[in-house]
Design a protein around this ligand. Structure first.
Ligand code: CTP
Length: 414
């Protein structure tokens, strides 16, 4: 949880900063609040003090009873220079609302209050959320001051358009909701080291299409949902994720590099290009097992009766890359089976030389293809793990937990 310095300047929207302070404190962050003298004409320091559990700082010459510490931290043994110590301890500084006057002072580097002085001394990420009358916001002076701040690396949270806090006023200049302000500030906080930091993960998703002629193809019913859930979960754990998506219509998860392919041959080439660089391969795509031996260049007419389609098998992508695998790589295959037998999965585990096969029963209508939930068995050399019916997001987490366990064994062996 982070230490957030909240600067409140003079504007009607200052009342929203109280709710922001409440939400941030409830989320577990430690807050200190600094207010400009004008802000105190809109809301009182006592409200902030009650919410965050620490005195509000308004004057750079006053003594800080907490000596620059944030709630939950030990104060220094000596009496530091208040504005320097509090910014030194902050993980982020947000000024919300930032009035036109305060924006102008920050852009000019003026230090005439606790807020403006602390802002200049702060090396942690600094963000302002301007809020004011729409004409004051649109004025060239304000826009130029905001551009100056942006150029210097200060984040600017754009104001909303709508009814302004002052009665009867409408336009651009409204302070965004406290929920959005908190989300924006949390997004720039330095994140704690994640469990999969430094791990490169390759996920394949979707189903390949093998052309018969320019219009028709051989395909399958895979939606790519399971692969997307795996990619998103691995990214959340801090991994560097590449997703190879075969005909997936759903949007890719944020923070994931995506390569789009159509046929099994394209999927095979994309996997081969990435494989050596990755630590984990999650082969959730459903490649077609057969393709047309000679796809027609022209659309086949229905008059081509009797129609015969000669098929040839496609390459087994997973078995192909596994033949060349390193011991520090973890390979997982996914088998959609009709019926419950795990024997076929065990033989695939050996035949494809992978570390686990995730099996699901696609004969059940409530799970599997295009469904948002699934129920799987993870078959490993040392045994099986049942994952009860759950959302594909939760199934993805359970699969990643097993990969963590398999990789922990790897580290022990080396
Ligand atoms: N797979 C692959 N290349 C193929 C077919 C499948 O890499 N041409 C991968 C799938 O992505 C999956 C795993 O192999 O991770 C198991 O897929 P499955 O279709 O169950 O295996 P097959 O080898 O096709 O066996 P069968 O069709 O006989 O069940």
């Amino acid at each position: 949880m982070a230490r957030i310095l909240l600067g409140v300047s003079g504007g009607i929207a200052a009342y929203k900063a109280l709710e922001l302070a409440r939400l941030a404190t409830k989320a577990g962050h430690g807050l200190r609040v600094v207010m400009t003298p004008t802000a105190q004409r809109f809301v009182g320091p006592a409200s902030f003090e009650g919410i965050v559990g620490a005195p509000v700082l308004t004057d750079e010459f006053e003594r800080d009873p907490m000596r620059g510490a944030f709630p939950g931290d030990e104060p220094l043994a000596h009496d530091p220079i208040g504005h320097l110590e509090v910014v030194h301890n902050a993980d982020a500084f947000l000024v919300a609302p930032a009035s036109a006057n305060t924006v102008a002072k920050l852009a000019a580097g003026i230090c005439d209050s606790m807020l403006t002085t602390a802002f200049l001394a702060c090396v942690a990420p600094r963000t302002v959320a301007p809020a004011m009358n729409d004409r004051m916001y649109a004025d060239a002076a304000t826009q130029s001051n905001l551009a100056t701040l942006r150029e210097r690396g200060v984040g600017v949270i754009e104001p909303d358009t709508g009814a302004l806090a002052s009665r009867g006023e409408y336009g651009t200049g409204r302070l965004p909701s406290p929920e959005r302000l908190l989300a924006e500030i949390e997004a720039i906080l330095p994140s704690a080291p994640a469990a999969w930091d430094g791990l490169r993960v390759l996920v394949t998703a979707g189903g390949t299409r093998e052309p018969i002629d320019p219009v028709r193809f051989i395909g399958n019913r895979s939606s790519g949902r399971m692969g997307l859930a795996l990619a998103a979960a691995a990214a959340r754990r801090g991994a560097d994720v590449t997703l190879i998506a075969a005909n997936v219509s759903l949007p890719p998860p944020p923070g994931v590099r995506t390569v789009e392919v159509e046929t099994t041959a394209e999927l095979a080439a994309a996997v081969a290009a990435e494989f050596r660089a990755v630590h984990v391969l999650l082969m959730a795509a459903a490649p077609a097992d057969f393709r047309a031996a000679s796809p027609e260049a022209e659309k086949i007419s229905r008059e081509a009766d009797p129609m015969r389609l000669a098929l040839e098998p496609t390459e087994d992508i997973l078995a192909g890359v596994a033949a060349d695998r390193r011991a520090d790589q973890t390979l997982v295959g996914f088998a959609a089976e009709t019926g419950g037998s795990l024997e076929r999965a065990r033989s695939k585990l050996e035949r494809k030389a992978v570390d686990a096969i995730v099996v699901n029963d696609v004969s059940r209508p409530d799970i599997g293809f295009d469904s948002t939930s699934n129920e799987v068995t993870i078959v490993e050399r040392s045994g099986e793990h049942q994952v009860a019916r759950a959302s594909k997001e939760d199934i993805a987490e359970a699969i990643l937990d097993r990969i963590e366990a398999l990789r922990a064994k790897l580290t022990k062996q080396t």
